[in-house]
Design a protein around this ligand. Structure first.
Ligand SMILES: [Zn+2]
Ligand SMILES: [Zn+2]
Length: 333
């Protein structure tokens, strides 16, 4: 089968023929229908310090996958051959303290699909049964492949009350775009979104932002009830704290590429802000909520799907991904 393999500890990947994998105990074999490109995959491609500390090549990359189950090696309560499953990237141990108290998404022994083990940029993939989500067949296949960023966004929104609130979203990558949609779905009064590139500002409007800007207009300084920082960009993070009103809640989701400095006194103390870090998605509470949003059409993920490529055109797709002139990019094996 064709697969995208991170073969060397250098920049780039290789498209090559590899054997179809055998599902190990408690794994499924899926025929990959669609796999979408994530920002993480760009890190892996570029071999950034983050990738260097998480990846031990060779590895088949790709984690936002939807596929048809063709073989099951083990017991599964609800998944059968022929079902369409999406993979949860965070493979939890099920035994550590966090797993035991219902926080599997921040498992202390986390393994990552398509990062720490072979993933889904391929025609077939093996996925642990415990991290396979059985999709409702009424949801369009393309939406099934892009639930990860919506899951992140829903998890973010569930950490703060947005109902009737003025919400600022900084950064309109896929998770930022989904955060706009989720804030809208859960009743935000007004949503303002910031993004440097204009392409994604247009998508931000489509997903439900009332106003989009390159930079925060001065009139909004100290006015936001809720700020969702989705970019990890240093300037955006500063803006997030400047936009927050006294007693506001700031959610930090975007991961900065380097250490950044913040004025703790001015922001955290003077404004009495509530600042929360958010990671991943709850397993499976968030997936249930995402499924509801998609089934009820309260969120239409197809609006952010902008490009489709064959898996063999991976390099072309990666180029578009890096340009920022895109929403979600889908690969079809
Ligand atoms: Zn991802
Ligand atoms: Zn665990």
């Amino acid at each position: 089968m064709l697969a995208v393999v991170k073969e060397q500890k250098t920049k780039g990947v290789r498209l090559k023929q590899v054997p179809v994998p055998k599902p190990q105990k408690d794994e499924l074999l899926i025929k990959v229908k669609i796999v979408s490109i994530c920002g993480t995959d760009v890190n892996i491609y570029d071999w950034t310090p983050w990738a260097q500390s998480h990846i031990n090549p060779p590895i088949i990359v790709g984690h936002e996958v939807v596929g048809e189950v063709v073989e099951i090696n083990g017991k599964s309560k609800n998944i059968k051959v022929g079902d369409l499953i999406s993979s949860e990237t965070h493979i939890f141990c099920g035994r550590c303290y966090q797993c035991k108290i219902g926080n599997k998404h921040i498992c202390e022994n986390m393994q990552l699909f398509g990062i720490g083990r072979n993933g889904g940029f391929a025609q077939y993939a093996t996925v642990p049964i415990k991290t396979s989500w059985k999709n409702d067949k009424t949801i369009p296949l393309e939406e099934m492949s892009s639930q990860e960023p919506l899951g992140n966004a829903v998890h973010v929104i569930h950490r703060v009350n947005v109902k009737g609130k003025t919400v600022l979203v900084t950064g309109l990558g896929p998770t930022g775009l989904c955060a706009v949609a989720a804030a809208k779905a859960y009743g935000a009064k007004k949503i303002i979104a910031l993004n440097r590139g204009s392409y994604r500002r247009v998508l931000g409007k489509k997903m439900g932002a009332d106003e989009v800007y390159e930079k925060l207009p001065e009139k909004y300084l100290n006015k936001m009830d809720v700020v969702l920082e989705m970019s990890g960009n240093e300037i955006a993070i500063q803006t997030a704290f400047e936009a927050a009103r006294i007693k506001a809640t700031v959610i930090i989701f975007g991961i900065p590429k380097k250490d950044i400095s913040l004025n703790f006194g001015k922001y955290f103390i003077d404004k009495e802000l509530t600042v929360k870090g958010v990671f991943g998605r709850k397993i499976w509470e968030t997936w249930e909520d995402v499924s509801e949003l998609l089934k009820s059409k309260k969120v239409d993920l197809t609006k952010i799907i902008t490009h489709r490529f064959k898996l063999s055109e991976f390099e072309k797709a990666m180029e578009v991904m890096k340009s920022g002139e895109c929403g979600k990019i889908l690969l079809i094996p």
